[in-house]
Write a protein that binds this ligand. Structure first.
Ligand code: EZ4
Ligand code: CO
Length: 406
């Protein structure tokens, strides 16, 4: 094979509906690969890491040496792990897989061993400020084809909370730098209310519809254990992130008390974050994304480790992962054997105007498409029309003003 070289590595920061960080790698014979390095609320840290510390190291390297380049960036930095570093390495890894696929003339999933299934089953996000609104939202998602649905419901007395209140758009506040929205939290009220919301959804839609819920790291181990047990009659597909899971031992306690399946890890970025959770079989689904866990190469290793314990892949798929990161995950979903489910929150039209996707959604399933590489191109002229604008995730406070996990 004639030796190719990386000729350019450029960072594109664009904000079509929200901020995204994209790495564009170009080879000396003109092949372009794109990778996603978006880290919601801390985007420019990854952009700088890539632009100032990674791009100069890539020039002149052989783009085919993906694993070697991954190890060079990971070990070579000395300062390992962490969301900024791993999102930057992910952007490089995905851009190089994109190039390899384009050179081979094959979609990425073919390079990963070919399809293990016909399409990728997804779940969508139903939510409502109260139970009637939640039921409407579940109905809507079923009509759009989703065969599994995450439900999030407003808790009486809490005005603004995760997945229920609409964030205000960036820059719409009073003059001055944008600040995080403040949301509210009350664990006892949540623990009392959530089983009622599940009961209402089961009552309306029956026992067959797979239902999921995200507790978003808000509970102590014993509270999580209680919730898992209280939700057992409603047969959840999973309970996600019940505790702040960097305390891996917490899940031992939760596991002792409930058989509700657990999904963990959207904020994790390496296999080391999962070591105890996988080895001790404390979880059922791995939630990491390609973008936040070091790319396709590294996430595949996490999934292969999980497979030894019948733990399944369930890639994080929020709108703050760019369509490039989303598509890269779909190739992995299609190829691996231990696929569980894929989260799918459709991107806004402005986002899809900049990121031209080849993946298709039909009857609740996604397929990454047959275009060589990842299958997403970037319209750079459109990207330039949406300049970066600082925006943050909300912060969460208790009634007395104490900052709580969001
Ligand atoms: O809060 O992606 O399961 N999905 C989630 C997401 C995360 C955001 C954070 O950037 O928990 O909504
Ligand atoms: Co989540």
């Amino acid at each position: 094979m004639p030796c190719m070289r990386i000729a350019a590595a450029e960072v594109i920061v664009t904000s079509p509906a929200r901020n995204f960080v994209t790495l564009k790698i170009t080879t000396d014979d003109g092949v372009v690969g794109y990778g996603d390095g978006t880290l919601n609320g801390r985007e420019l840290a990854v952009a700088s890491y890539l632009r100032d510390h990674v791009a100069p190291l890539l020039i002149g390297r052989d783009p085919h040496r993906i694993e070697d380049t991954w190890q060079y960036l990971y070990r070579g930095a000395y300062w390992r792990r962490g969301p900024v570093t791993m999102a930057a390495i992910a952007a490089v890894d995905v851009a190089l897989w994109d190039i390899k696929g384009k050179v081979a003339g094959l979609p990425l999933y073919q390079l990963l061993g070919g399809a293990s299934r016909d399409a990728v089953r997804t779940y969508g996000h139903a939510s409502g400020r109260d139970i009637p609104a939640l039921l409407d939202s579940v109905r809507e998602h079923r009509e759009r084809g989703f065969t599994a649905i995450r439900i999030q419901c407003g808790v009486p007395g809490l005005d603004r909370m995760y997945a229920v209140s609409r964030p205000s758009s960036p820059g719409s506040g009073p003059a001055g730098p944008p600040m995080p929205e403040v949301e509210q939290w009350d664990t006892p009220a949540y623990l009392r209310f959530l089983p009622k919301a599940f009961a209402a959804v089961r009552e309306e839609f029956g026992e067959d519809l797979p239902l999921l819920h995200d507790a978003h790291h808000r509970l102590t181990p014993i509270e999580a254990a209680r919730l898992g047990r209280a939700l057992e009659p409603f047969d959840l597909f999973w309970l996600e992130d019940p505790t702040p899971a960097e305390n891996q031992e917490a899940l031992r306690l939760v596991r002792q008390h409930t058989v509700t399946p657990l999904a963990i890890g959207e904020v994790f970025n390496t296999v080391w974050d999962y070591q105890t959770l996988i080895r001790e079989q404390l979880i059922d689904y791995v939630r990491s994304s390609v973008t936040h866990a070091g790319g396709v190469s590294a996430l595949r290793k996490i999934f292969d480790y999980a497979a030894q314990y019948q733990i399944k892949a369930a890639i994080h798929g929020p709108v703050d992962i760019s369509p490039i990161g989303m598509a890269a995950g779909l190739h992995l979903d299609l190829a691996i054997h231990n696929f569980g489910i894929q989260e799918f929150a459709p991107h806004r039209p402005e986002t899809l105007e900049v990121f031209r996707v080849g993946y298709r959604f039909e009857d609740g399933y996604l397929h990454p498409g047959e275009a060589p590489g990842i299958g997403v191109t970037v319209d750079e002229q459109a990207a330039a029309r949406y300049p970066y604008s600082p925006a943050y995730l909300p912060v969460n406070t208790l009634q007395d003003g104490t900052v709580h996990d969001w």
